[in-house]
Design a protein around this ligand. Structure first.
Ligand code: CA
Length: 670
């Protein structure tokens, strides 16, 4: 076939706006629709099962309709039937699964007609998200990491599976209690779990053993759950039902669920999409070679109408069918501002303004030629993105703990110099005044995801060990200085305006033994080691306290464009020391049960001391109570009484803050 050259005219002629592509099931019959605009002929092939070797039982001619859509209606109940297509172009035949499929067989090779109602677990129609929290505290988790460790409390058959999330609450556990990993998650108090990709990805052999591991950033079937997390890959309904059970179980535990989505590239340039319309879906350079902004050699040509339609329909499908509460966009810098804002509008229209979270990585692995009249969703273009689309804030991340690529380079908490002013800018999510970061101007801190570790690069623990003790250090030693720097890093992150995000296990010293890119490392390197939640229980308690405290401080939770104006005073009392004074009154923010009694202090004073010396700091006017310091983050009325009450009250004057620690104080009267 001649090489296809994309033009806007082509989209005007052929873009299909219908929502019925794929195999639309009905009890009386199934309608098959495929967009294959270059094809001379398309055949539907039906199979007895989803196996790769099975021969087609029936082969049926499809009819060409308008806009390059091929259509066939089959009367009868086809739920559970496997199928694919033969697309003929200029005499050549190409087999493809259905890019719009909602079900598939083992390893995603063949598609499956699915009556989605029959895949719903009991009670799924009534399933809904827990109420919107005062703050979004997002916990980044890989499904297999969660329960691969035998200490997770999960029986062997369910370890590493969707099912691991469903144990407890009288559903499966004999004593009605949660196993270790689920009770821990619930207790921790995070509001959202963000799961690494769980659409069908290609790396793993779904029929292979449990020693395999991959993060999953190699999409094959965008609208079907991954099979390696299911207990049975031969029945295509099982992965769907068990994935829904996982989401339902997290909702029951009071946690919202975010899906990590990878629409910037496919596993292979020879994808189902590209097979149905060769040359249309993949982005190419002028000379016809594949664009490689994803470092995977298969960038999707976002900005073309049918690529964008596909992505919008896919996001809406997951939100609607699986009750997901948000989406994290991989390499969002390869997507366009126009598409991101369109997804935002569609989600808002159907589910309410801001109800579903949207955020992504505002960068790409390399340059990629975008379509005409589009703008890449890069950090420098943040002001063109909707206020309810957030970015991972690498500026905040790197200023706190040091650059991710230069292993030994420190940040503020681990010995970095001259970072005080940047730390103060991070506090307001780089809003309010000139951010000093070139062209980076967020519209409000709602666009900021504050974080200090994620699945990429070192874990926080490993970064701190390497920067403080060198690359030859023992990652499993509970170094006192690493613990102190970890706590201070967390205290800073949790007292910056914007959304909050942490990598699972950051709160118990998670180490991958210095493996900075564990995307296909052994599951034992990647898994959460549940014994560490006991070994590092003080660190866990520190994070748990910060999570609870954050939700009670409206000044920090404020996401309005005016939030930065709450800062009454900023100070740099000395090298490595930063303090700020903030208006913490709720203002127009919606009241949450946590502050409904008016218990939130009217003003906050926050100090970070990253220096090697204890420091004395003057407090602003008023009577101040310590809410958090380098030791504890759970001081409240009751904790004060237990500990002798007055000990935590400071009446005017000064406070002493030990080296490498911080403090959060609240004042209730003027
Ligand atoms: Ca797969």
């Amino acid at each position: 076939m001649k090489q296809f050259r994309y033009s806007r005219d082509f989209d005007e002629q052929f873009a299909y706006e219908g929502k019925d592509l794929g195999a639309v099931y009905g009890p009386q019959g199934t309608n098959f629709k495929l967009w294959a605009p270059f094809a001379d002929r398309v055949e539907l092939c039906l199979y007895e099962d989803g196996g790769r070797e099975t021969k087609a039982g029936r082969i049926l001619e499809m009819e060409k309709e308008e806009k390059g859509v091929w259509n066939l209606f089959l009367a009868g109940d086809y739920h559970g039937s496997y199928y694919d297509y033969r697309v003929w172009t200029e005499g050549e035949c190409c087999r493809t699964a259905d890019p719009y499929a909602v079900g598939c067989g083992s390893n995603g090779y063949r598609s499956m007609v699915t009556d989605l109602k029959r895949t719903n677990p009991e009670g799924f129609e009534e399933d809904c998200a827990p109420r919107r929290p005062a703050e979004n505290i997002i916990y980044e988790l890989h499904i297999k990491d969660f329960s691969h460790d035998p200490d997770s409390g999960i029986p062997r058959a369910y370890r590493g599976k969707y099912k691991a999330f469903t144990l407890g609450e009288g559903r499966l556990a004999a004593d009605g209690q949660y196993p270790t990993c689920m009770s821990y998650l619930k207790e921790l108090g995070v509001t959202h779990v963000h799961l690494l990709p769980f659409f069908d990805y290609g790396w793993l052999d779904e029929e292979g053993d449990e020693e395999q591991f991959n993060w999953g950033y190699d999409p094959v079937n965008y609208n079907v759950p991954e099979g390696s997390y299911a207990t049975d890959v031969h029945d295509g309904t099982v992965r769907i039902r068990e994935c829904k059970e996982m989401i339902q179980a997290l909702h029951r535990a009071g946690i919202r669920v975010i899906m990590d989505v990878v629409y910037n590239h496919t596993q292979d340039a020879d994808s189902w999409l590209e097979r149905t319309a060769p040359g249309y879906y993949c982005r190419r350079l002028q000379d016809g070679t594949l664009s490689n902004g994803s470092a995977c050699g298969s960038d999707l040509a976002i900005g073309r109408r049918m690529v964008d339609n596909y992505i919008v329909n896919s996001v809406m499908y997951w939100a609607r069918e699986y009750h997901l509460d948000g989406f994290r966009f991989d390499l969002m810098g390869l997507m366009t501002v126009e598409l991101m804002n369109r997804i935002r509008r569609e989600l808002d229209r159907e589910f309410g303004r801001g109800e579903k979270l949207m955020y992504g990585e505002p960068w790409r692995a390399a340059d990629s030629p975008m379509e005409e009249d589009t703008r890449a969703a890069l950090k420098e273009n943040i002001r063109y993105l909707d206020e309810e689309i957030a970015i991972f804030c690498d500026s905040t991340r790197d200023v706190i703990k040091g650059h991710v690529f230069y292993e030994e380079e420190p940040g503020f908490v681990n010995g970095g110099q001259d970072l005080e002013e940047k730390v103060l800018r991070a506090v307001t999510g780089w809003c309010g005044e000139d951010s000093g970061e070139g062209t980076f101007h967020p519209r409000s801190c709602s666009q900021i995801i504050n974080y200090i570790s994620a699945h990429d690069n070192f874990t926080l623990w490993d970064k701190l060990v390497v920067s403080l003790h060198g690359t030859g250090a023992d990652f499993t030693r509970p170094y006192e200085d690493v613990l102190a720097a970890n706590k201070l890093a967390a205290l800073i992150c949790f007292t910056c305006q914007g959304n909050l995000f942490l990598q699972a296990g950051e709160e118990f010293g998670r180490t991958k033994l210095g493996d900075a890119n564990s995307y296909r490392s052994h599951p034992e390197i990647n898994m959460l080691r549940w014994r560490q939640t006991v070994e590092y229980k003080e660190l866990v308690a520190y994070y748990r306290g910060l999570i609870r405290l954050r939700g009670r401080l409206p000044g920090l939770c404020d996401k309005s464009p005016e939030a930065a104006e709450r800062i009454l005073e900023k100070k740099v009392p000395g090298p490595g020391i930063v303090a700020y004074h903030m208006d913490n009154r709720p203002g127009n923010l919606p009241r949450t049960p946590d502050d409904a009694d008016g218990g939130a202090p009217e003003r906050l004073f926050v100090i970070y001391n990253a220096s090697e010396r204890e420091t004395e700091i003057d407090l602003p006017e008023g009577t101040w109570t310590v809410l958090a310091d380098g030791q504890r983050t759970d001081y409240d009325g009751s904790a004060c009484e237990e500990a002798g009450g007055e000990a935590f009250l400071i009446r005017k004057g000064r406070i002493s803050v030990p080296a490498c620690s911080g403090a959060v104080l609240g004042c209730s009267q003027d």
